[in-house]
Design a protein around this ligand. Sequence first.
Ligand SMILES: *Cc1c(COP(=O)(O)O)cnc(C)c1O
Length: 421
Amino acid sequence: MLYHSTRDKEHKAPLGASDAILKGLAPDGGLYVPEKLPGLPGDLDPSMEYWRFASKVLAPFFKGDVLEDALPGICQKAFDFPVPIRELSHSSVLELFHGPTSAFKDFGARFLAFSMEDLLKQRGEDLCILVATSGDTGGAVAAAFHGRSHLSVKVLFPKGRVAERQRRQLTCWDGNVEAYEVDGSFDDCQAMVKAAFVDPAYAAGLSSANSINLGRLLPQMAYYVYASMLYKKEHGVAPTIIIPSGNVGNSTGAYWAKEMGAPIERIVLAVNANRTIPDFLESGTYEARASIKTLANAMDVGAPSNMERLFDLYPSLDQIRAKLSAWSVSDDEIRQTIKETYEEEGYIICPHTACAERVRRTQFPSDENVMIVSTAHPAKFETIVEPLIGTEVPVPEALSKLLSRESHSKAIAADHHLLFQ
Ligand SMILES: *Cc1c(COP(=O)(O)O)cnc(C)c1O
């Protein structure tokens, strides 16, 4: 299986999965996509253990690659937590938050970390991962790479601008993970990472773990194959899936799963007040913009990078309009939906999941065959959720373990040289 950049229209520089994973972004600035999506393997059964299922779905994507033989072992280590579907009275919820940092980013970050560890072992090389974060990504990446050999991580976050529980998840590490509290904004942190990548003194040993990395995207496809087959087995029909979306990496996984033949009726994107995609579908003109701050902050994206992969999959406006629907949800609607869902179902949802549930309530009020996706555990956003439901959100065991660890970070000025002293 070979991959090419979304900007390499004639497929002049294809490469294998491992090389695409180690490169992250293609040298021409594009994103890696498979030359051709394979069909689903014939012997998939959603009653098998999740890691075995995922390993079967991913196998054709690593055919002929140096990671081919290691793939089952990587999946077994990376996906060591459950992927349940919770049944509510009017819908089903795919809970993707049972990993160590209680958000779906654990799937991609852990698969990437174990894949990179294996590759670097084979090559006898070391890499340092730089991540600038304003919240969720840094926590998932730090947790996934902690203790991996041949790898170290430097997490940069802006002083005073991340929520307390998020800060604790970034700073609870030791050993090969270091946290830097930067005297500056999130943009300053990102500028430091960019400066380090182009500085000849440091660039050679550095890499990133961005959400656009192929190694984060592929595992996000596997759980849609699994969940749609499990849903169909239990309900007898293929579900419509509503996905809380920001950079559209999670939903790109769903589109790849559907194109491979997974039983998915329709994929619907729920976005917050960042309306780039619904506005594009309406006007036909794609205009990226600056992001707006909302309660569902992990979805505050005005220029969703993975749209480039969806434009590659569905090249014409007609095709993309036939396949994509997207609705925007306001902060007031997020609050109301968290409250209503708790009152009606006794079920607590995070602000991101609330966007999907809102779209279900307004656009699919009588459709029973809808599965919404829950991207994070509500305990990560307790300062928003608890006042709305009037009670404490129980903290999952994995998350409470992280929160009780000792905190370490280095306070530095916004200068990338200080990361390497
Ligand atoms: C990252 C994230 C999203 C958005 O996912 P994309 O792949 O960027 O669309 C939604 N919810 C939560 C909790 C997240 O952390």
